[in-house]
Design a protein around this ligand. Structure first.
Ligand SMILES: C[S@@+](CC[C@H](N)C(=O)[O-])C[C@H]1O[C@@H](n2cnc3c(N)ncnc32)[C@H](O)[C@@H]1O
Length: 803
């Protein structure tokens, strides 16, 4: 059933006259008119902009309960749990009081969390320092915050002495003013002063042998970093805040576009240039010859939006994994974004306290591509034409005219609803602040820099006049063509997308189904790595969608034409005559009567002369084939196909899907209850064997679906504890993959790794027949591992081992 938002979008796009979809301007104007006329827009907007939805509204009981439980967990020495509870409690604490009281409470919570972090094993002192800095930013009169920062910095031993001593002195001074116990702070000041004196004495004497003197001299740059962190201006993970270029990167408007690109390229890598061709437009090329296995470019997003999955897993600003963060930071007004540090929270230009995205669900309820496009349009307008990255992303193609009119109408409807929602959110937030008698930018005690907030929000209201529906529609189209899905590098399914992002330099890379570079993400940073040598002047090509091997050539070409509007003529799309690519998605030759060539007749493959649903001959839906064998030309017998082969292959696909689902459930159960072959696993094995027989009877031996059935059987035997049988199926699956995928493909390498792991288990199993058999398994495992590592190192560099 359609949601009210989807229903509204369908209604608007249905009303848009297709003849008005010839330009972005006319389509946007048409959709905007219908959006505001349709009564259901008001209902949808009320839901998108509600301020009292669960999760958006402040919840005082929750805050207090978290604080209490955090204190109790600390008392039980459960420091990680306590830190997480204090994190949770920092949500909304400003919002609840909207006065100084909220900031004072937040300072206590951060300080408590800092203490938890110092108690963890191993202590997380860097994060404790950040928390102390966050506490100081909330309440500079809180002595414990200064004291904790001094203690953490001292133990860390990487911070310049004077900064630490100043923190300790400040703590002492505040305690004296409040007439509180000063003994610990006084002792710390005395110790630090003595250490500092000793260090100064040593350096005056020219000594370099003392540990103290070494420590302090190496620490000077770190002190500056600490000061920056305290001011909330640097990302805790060392990653630059989103795509910001240094002031020096600005070039005058109207400057030669090559010079602008030069500025961007230089920031991304030393060996990059841009070339242009009539057929494929601009393209990133190698400025000099590049060896295989080199990181050659890095880029930060110009605009991005997290997906639902991403909001759970990564920092909203730098996309660092929150699972690696001991103490995540939240907006203190609403739980929508999570951050890895106070600095990232302060640096999020979109979500500022009292701003349009804060405390309302619209930014999470609209599709991620709509929010990403709106942010792209806002940032392009805010930076204006003097910024090279803004000019570069504005110059990217939209291919709007090549869109099917109904697709164009749907995009226009999405742009209109997104724009109208954002506009209302900005106006309502401004009205709310005015009613509360606040300056633009909200209260000063929000943890980020008040000046920055003010600038950000003033800019947001000012942007209302220049970010039009047309600009949002244009940005949506540019995102579709040039945007990238940020994914964890170990997996690549659409369900794993953490964010959608537009990278100014990487968007200049053209496509190949057999790419010469691989792209990976470290947080929000995109890294381009050569996977083969690239001679000077040759393009750096990455793959926009499934690579050669994952889909047949006609499937890939159809996908690329539909989504990116070009006909791919890469080296994988023009294979030499005689290559048997259709085998990966084909039936056996009808002439060999099921012998698959073993009877010495024919090893060709055939694809039916009609479209075939996903799961029958391939994972994806297949376009019509020729109906003739690729080797001998024998034609498929259509009655046999329709009455016998098709129904049996459909049944096999359904049976395999059910067995795979049952195995996934067993897997979850075994993870909780330990190994053991339940009846469900035995049943799945019987089903999958039957499925394998049916597929083997009809499909070409290199058809990838046979590989998937072997994979499923390997999983089933693994759950049943029979690793020898699992390894045997993985060998078969690997053989199928090796026929379809190019050499040095990661798909084959990951499969080799899995085989190696299974062989090691088989060698260790009690059921292994002899020591010699175990050694043979181990030897095969070593070979598989070596082959896999060589490929994965090439693609991922030294981090290949973690994948
Ligand atoms: C991400 S952009 C790449 C940069 C683009 N060439 C430019 O000039 O801005 C994607 C677009 O580039 C073009 N393109 C990319 N790879 C291509 C290829 N292999 N052949 C033809 N056109 C290609 C298509 O127009 C595609 O929609």
């Amino acid at each position: 059933m359609q949601s009210p938002l989807q229903h509204l979008l369908t209604e608007i796009s249905g009303r848009v006259d297709p003849s008005e979809c010839t330009t972005i301007a006319t389509a946007a104007a048409e959709a905007a008119r219908h959006c505001l006329e349709i009564p259901s827009f008001a209902d949808v907007a009320a839901v998108l902009l509600a301020t009292n939805v669960q999760g958006c509204a402040a919840d005082e009981d929750h805050v207090l309960s978290c604080k209490q439980r955090g204190t109790a967990a600390f008392g039980r020495a459960q420091y990680k749990q306590a830190a997480q509870l204090f994190s949770e409690a920092t949500r909304y604490c400003d919002e609840l009081s909207s006065t100084e009281h909220g900031a004072v409470l937040a300072a206590r919570l951060y300080c408590n969390r800092a203490l938890c972090l110092t108690k963890m094993q191993p202590p997380r002192l860097q994060e404790a320092m950040q928390d102390s800095s966050a506490a100081i930013a909330c309440d500079p009169t809180f002595p414990k915050a200064w004291y904790r920062r001094a203690c953490a910095a001292r133990v860390l031993g990487t911070v310049a002495g004077p900064v630490v001593v100043q923190d300790a002195r400040r703590a002492l001074q505040l305690l004296q003013q409040a007439a509180q116990d000063t003994s610990a702070a006084a002792a710390l000041v005395a110790e630090l002063e003595a250490e500092q004196e000793a260090s100064e004495g040593a350096s005056t004497a020219g000594g370099t042998g003392s540990g103290t003197s070494n420590r302090h001299s190496a620490a000077a740059p770190a002190a500056a970093a600490l000061a920056a962190t305290a001011a909330g201006s640097a990302c805790a993970n060392g990653r630059a805040a989103m795509g910001d270029l240094a002031e020096g990167a600005l070039v005058p408007a109207g400057a030669d576009s090559a010079a602008e690109l030069g500025v961007l390229l230089l920031a991304a890598g030393q060996q990059l240039a841009v070339a242009e061709s009539a057929e494929a437009g601009r393209c990133l090329v190698a400025a000099g010859s590049l060896a295989a296995g080199q990181d050659v470019a890095q880029d930060q997003p110009f605009a991005h939006a997290l997906t639902k999955e991403g909001r759970r897993q990564v920092c909203a600003t730098c996309m660092a994994r929150l699972a690696d963060v001991a103490a995540p930071f939240y907006c203190r007004h609403c739980p929508m974004p999570s951050y890895c540090s106070a600095a990232c929270r302060a640096a999020d230009p979109y979500h500022q306290p009292g701003g349009a995205e804060c405390g309302r669900p619209w930014a999470a309820l609209l599709p991620a591509e709509a929010l990403a496009a709106l942010r792209l349009a806002r940032r392009t307008a805010a930076l204006g034409q003097r910024h090279p990255a803004a000019r570069q992303v504005a110059a990217l193609g939209t291919h709007f005219q090549e869109l099917d009119p109904s697709d164009a109408a749907q995009l226009a409807a999405l742009a209109a609803v997104t724009h109208a929602t954002w506009r209302r959110a900005v106006l309502e937030s401004a009205a709310g602040r005015a009613a509360a008698g606040q300056l633009p930018g909200g209260a000063a005690a929000h943890g980020g820099s008040a000046a920055r907030e003010e600038a950000g929000e003033e800019a947001e209201e000012a942007l209302l006049s220049c970010v039009t529906v047309e600009a949002v529609l244009s940005a949506l189209c540019r995102f579709q063509i040039n945007g990238l899905a940020v994914v964890p590098s170990e997996r690549r399914g659409t369900e794993d997308r953490l964010a959608l992002a537009l990278y100014p330099v990487a968007s200049l890379m053209n496509h190949s189904c057999l790419p010469n570079v691989a792209v990976r993400f470290e947080g929000s940073k995109l890294i381009v790595r050569t996977v083969e040598a690239v001679p000077a002047g040759q393009p750096l090509l990455h793959c926009y969608g499934p690579q050669a091997g994952e889909m047949t050539t006609p499937q890939r070409q159809r996908l690329l034409r539909g989504q990116y509007h070009f006909t791919c003529r890469c080296r994988a799309c023009s294979p030499a005559p005689g290559q048997l690519e259709p085998a990966a998605a084909g039936l056996k030759c009808p002439a060999c009567g099921g012998s698959g060539g073993s009877a010495g007749r024919c090893a060709g493959a055939v694809q039916p002369p009609c479209s075939v649903a996903a799961g029958v001959l391939h994972r994806y839906q297949l376009p019509a084939g020729t109906g003739a064998c690729t080797a001998c030309g024998a034609r498929l017998v259509m009655d046999h196909w329709q009455e016998q082969q098709l129904p049996e292959l459909q049944a096999a696909a359904e049976a395999q899907a059910a067995a795979v689902a049952a195995l996934a459930q067993q897997d979850r159960q075994q993870q909780q209850a330990g190994p053991g072959a339940g009846a469900a696993v035995q049943q799945a094995i019987r089903t999958l064997r039957q499925c394998l027989r049916q597929r083997q009877q009809h499909l070409h031996p290199h058809n990838l679906l046979l590989g998937s059935t072997h994979d499923a059987l390997a999983h089933a035997w693994h759950l049943a504890g029979n690793h020898e049988a699992a390894a045997q199926h993985l060998r078969h699956s690997l053989a199928v993959l090796a026929h379809s995928y190019p050499p040095a493909s990661t798909a084959v390498a990951f499969q080799q790794r899995q085989l190696a792991e299974t062989l090691r288990r088989a060698a260790a199993a009690a059921s292994v027949a002899t020591a010699a058999a175990a050694e043979a398994f181990l030897c095969e495992a070593r070979q598989a591992d070596e082959a896999a590592e060589a490929v994965l190192q090439l693609h991922f560099g030294p981090e290949a081992r973690d994948r």
